[in-house]
Design a protein around this ligand. Sequence first.
Ligand code: ACM
Ligand code: ZN
Length: 780
Amino acid sequence: MRRHTFPFLLAAALLAGPASPLLRAFAGEGISVIPRPAHVERDEGEFNVTPSACLCARGIASGTLALLQGRFRDAAGFELPQVQDAGEDFRGIRILIDSLRVADREGYNLTVRTSGITITGGGDPGAYYGVQTLLGLFRPAIFGTVRPRAPGMMVPCCRIDDAPRFRWRGMHLDVSRHFFSVEFVKTYIDLLAMHRLNVFHWHLTDDQGWRIEIRKYPLLTRKGAWRVDREDRDWEGRPPQQPGEQTTYGGFYTQDEIREIVRYAAERFVTIVPEIEMPAHTLAALTAYPEYSCTGGPFTVPPGSYWPVSTIFCAGNDSTFAFLQDVLTEVLELFPGRYIHIGGDEADWSRWKQCPKCQARIRDLGLAGESALQAYFMKRIAGFLASKGRTAIGWDEILEGGLPPGAALMSWRGEAGGIEAAREGHDVVMAPGTSTYLSQCQGPAALEPPSGGGFLPLSRVYAFEPVPDSLSRGEREHILGAEGCLWSEYISTPGRGLYMLLPRLAALAEALWTPAGEKSWSDFLRRVPAQLERYDARGYTWAKSGYAVRMTSQADPASRGVRITCDTELPADTVLYTTDGSAPGPGSRVYASPIVLHESALVRACAVKGGAVYPASADSVLFHAGIFRPVAVRYPSTKYTADGTRSLTDGLFGSIDHADGRWQGYEGVDFEAVVDLGNAGPVSRAGARFLRRTGSWIFFPSGVKFELSTDGKTYETAGSFDISPARANEEPSARLWECTFPPRPARYVRVIARNVGTCPAWHPGAGGKAWLFVDEIVIR
Ligand code: ACM
Ligand code: ZN
């Protein structure tokens, strides 16, 4: 184990981890398998797999053998000759299945002795996972194609007794917002299998593209799979297709390709859960067949954000259901798994409210409004699937108006939906966005590619616990497991997809496979570097975000300075920094304790690990008269609260990511704050910094006013700004509005920023509450 150079890194690691025993000794010290097996004992000695070793694996699935032999062929330069029987003097790898010795089909025992290796699976999947774990015992080079100088692959002696914690260990991929090739989907499945995940949730349809060939409805892919190319613009601000424009961007999977992928997944013990969205997120389908909408169209496939999701299937039209049943009939022929995902999320019912057919359906069936109409819709489709021997699963909105009998629920808006469904006796898959949406940013925003907002570092994925505390023992039985989701609005290339997936998939895998009591963040950190080497050996892009330096500031009252603390999520060897804005590198100061600043500075810091210098983070501290002075806010921020009101005078600025932890958000209300400077010194400038990110419903204020007071009772205006309204398609930006005036004594500075109130007419959320975001009040 490589030791941390600095105590702060260790402390950060421990603080960030879940509540498991700190640095508990791991019986498998020196073994870096991910996900961590349920039980590992390290024994003395090693076994060297040389070309003279044999493989005895009678009746073992071909995919399992191909995995093992493929790695040996590529990384060691030989394949293991197969023998039918392992005699007394057998020296090699033995794989067998014995359901009496290993009760769980997905479980296995793995023993490495100086005389050889034995894997006993409880079933075919168990034997496969045993081989995956065995590969994790070798040097990471086993995952690559660089052969060792001396023939043979050494493996440490050990005894592993392992089985998964959950039955549903899933990962989702959105191929609608951006299309991914068959080759990439196979790589994705390889990665799931490598991490011992067993469900691939394939999000095949959405507003921005229909991706599955349906023979009876060819326009679904002829039209619905293609859109105008606006890839040069931010997802949030892409103008819709104009008359005469060609739809050139997109793609789809033929049924033959899907069959090939289903087979490929099955060889890796991965079941595919296809998702066909309904009643909403269906604009691509309705572009092809507008007759199944409430208005009849015409529509175009949106090239970017589409919100609110109001063009949806007409629930009053029986032909809509006939169409969907036809589609699902072909889906069922392609996907043999039990579960079919039918979406159900984020429907805006405004069209249903105006549609005579939908309203007639509500009247005829005596339904209590549109919520009940949605429940009717989902129940009718779930009933069709049940009649074919399959089980529907849907996003947690399907709770509203009552879950379809027998259907399972996928809880994405936190865990509340999952808890309610489990209490009602339904099976549940947990996918709470805050812990499992890997489309969120994973490191300091300035170093990360654009993402749709949100922050989900590796440690938070690791800490994810799929089973809510509040469930009784019986209710817990309904938690089948959990999955991660990769929404692809901001993911348009395979490299970016892998970047968002790795290494967080490793943390997710451990939340899904490893017994809760065996999880340990500190031990995970010990094993991560080997996993990163495995990714490198396979040529997989992974996010370096864990080696980005994170900076936090704190007042240092003793010296009236600012103390900047640096740390990294993954332990680094050293951190180098500068405070003059220059690029840090060899020769820069080595971080050993918090940096204390007494004047405004641009701090840049980078981590060094194993000789690699990682990209530098930058943070500026602005010394101003208001720094660390208390702030009283009139209408409190409730959702985006940063680090409380202290964030408003901490000398630090946020990025254009509203969820980076430095911005305070105010929904629909004005921002009114008073800074108490402590004594009445001269003040000559006052300012406040705001964010505009209209795609996230965040607008600059319509005006800002600064007022001064010596007693905190009577205020005089020192300056003000009127700010022009936002226009459509503006890039996100942050700006300091600061006014200068002749110096005058003041102890209190009041900032009043007028919220624009509601989103403007051109905005998709027109009339809805607008947000106002502020990160710093600056006083000089
Ligand atoms: C979802 O994120 N709309 C399921
Ligand atoms: Zn309708």
